[in-house]
Design a protein around this ligand. Sequence first.
Ligand code: SF4
Length: 187
Amino acid sequence: MLLHSYKITRTLPCLADPEKIRVIAEIPDEIHEVFPYLNAILKGCIYNHPAFTLTIKKDGKLFTLHAHHITLAKIEDEKEAEEILKWLQDLINETYEKRDQIEPNYSMAAELKALDIFKLLPGTNCKKCGEPTCLAFAVKLVGRDTEITKCDPMFLEKYQGKRTVLTELLQAAGHEIPNELLDFKEG
Ligand code: SF4
């Protein structure tokens, strides 16, 4: 068994959806060894091998596994968080036990889709980033031909929730986001 236990240590408002919560659970065991195997068997994961993070997308929710903690976003309540953590624990342990039969997948950003990024952008097509549309910007962002900081409106307070989810996805996919640019502007 790789993951013996978990404990919810923090419950915060979910920035992406004010009616939901964000949950952080600490774990006593190092679990990153199983990440490339989960990345191989689950669809739509975002794996960052150097940073030891794996983000799982399921039913519109985001679960990010770190070496020593797990974050859950867009969660209804603590009861749902406990159910998801139990599901993750079983998934992690079962995958770890079968790892000899699984070809590990160390690829990082291939699953980052332009459409997923587009849905998190302001969607105003204001052209301030130098691109004709938000979708064109999303395509370039996925291809690493531009940076999220070029979308100035994204840093307005009203987009804080979307920005949090977007930066999590980009960071998990290996994009560098300067911390000082995560501060939002008034607007
Ligand atoms: S600056 Fe942002 S909101 Fe404006 S077009 Fe570019 S991506 Fe869209």
